[in-house]
Ligand binder design. Structure first.
Ligand code: BDR
Ligand code: CA
Length: 317
């Protein structure tokens, strides 16, 4: 069982990442921290509480983080995730007990990350699935936590692909300075980027299959995923819902699900047209030391099975 902290900005694919992290026997979820990204900080925080309420995991600690990137203005993604960040169906309102517990905990995401990593008796895996603001600031505030972080497995970037500008992936584009701090931290990093996550798809047919179950969880999730799939079809011509963030979590559950290459990656923070580009030195042209395990291949079928089975099991509880 791996101890993990999930740092996310729900977001439809973040929602599935949360559900996987909460449901796997391979994962000991220490807590969820939230960050502004797909939507404002208010919305990503409330969405997280709503998802936990839906799957009845009000025991999971939640800490709210930054409402904006370190230097930049916040960019949100309403075209893909809607104005709520989770458009497509009504999730239940946050459970009162959960709300109370989060209030009592009263800790910023950065301090939650620092405290949890410091106090952990084994090394912690950090799984960021939004802009890297919270993680970068935690590393700056308390650099010693690096020693107790096993690895950062992040959804972000791409070798060849892009989605927010012709050059960049959303999470890295939103806070490139934070990404630079994390990528240069010396901590082992796995980058699960668009090249693989755009192949981690639930098709419209898969979503319909879930919808037909009409269970307590599937009945809510299926219309949400339908909205997300339609947006991805309209904007990127993708034939379903690419569950980017869930792939990063599934890599902990099934380490064979992606294949990586150890390469040098730098973050473009200044480019006029290339802000947030993950510059991956595939052929070691620069001769720089590798610093990131970059995902290149994905077992899409195994991924799809994992997602469907997880949702079906939740329906049966
Ligand atoms: C990433 O951006 C967000 O919209 C998704 O939640 C995912 O984390 C994909 O580029
Ligand atoms: Ca996300």
């Amino acid at each position: 069982m791996k101890k993990i902290i999930l740092d996310c900005d729900p977001g439809h694919d973040d929602m599935i990442a949360i559900i996987l992290a909460c449901s796997s026997d391979e994962i000991d979820l220490m807590g969820i921290t939230t960050v502004a990204g797909n939507q404002t900080g208010d919305k990503t925080f409330i969405n997280t509480l709503k998802v936990l309420t839906l799957i009845n995991r009000i025991d999971i600690p939640v800490a709210r983080g930054f409402d904006k990137p370190i230097f930049r203005k916040l960019t949100v993604a309403p075209r893909i995730h809607g104005v709520s960040g989770l458009d497509g169906a009504d999730l239940p309102e946050p459970n009162i007990e959960l709300l109370e517990r989060v209030k009592t905990l009263d800790i910023h995401a950065v301090d939650f990350i620092i405290k949890s990593v410091k106090e952990s008796d084994e090394k912690v895996t950090i799984v960021p699935t939004g802009p890297l603001t919270n993680i970068a600031i935690a590393l700056l505030k308390e650099p010693s936590i690096k020693d107790n972080i096993d690895r950062i497995i992040l959804m972000g970037g791409a070798v060849y692909d892009s989605n927010i500008t012709p050059a960049s992936e959303f999470n890295i584009y939103v806070d490139p300075e934070a990404a630079k701090i994390v990528f240069e931290s010396g901590i082992p990093i796995t980058m699960v980027g668009l090249d693989v996550t755009n192949k981690a798809i639930l098709t419209f047919k898969d979503i319909e299959e879930l919808n037909n179950l009409q269970g307590g969880v599937s009945g809510v999730i299926a219309p949400l995923l339908k909205f997300f799939a339609q947006a991805n079809k309209d904007f990127f011509g993708i034939g379903g819902a690419p569950l980017h963030d869930a792939l990063a979590v599934s890599y902990i559950i099934m380490p064979d699900i992606i294949k990586t290459k150890y390469l040098n990656v730098t973050i473009e923070t200044e480019g006029k047209y290339t802000r947030g580009r993950t510059v991956v030195d595939v052929y070691n042209i620069t001769g720089k030391e590798p610093n990131v395990d970059v995902a290149f291949e994905v077992n899409s079928l195994a991924f799809k099975k994992l997602i469907k089975n997880t949702i079906k099991k939740l329906d049966q509880r």
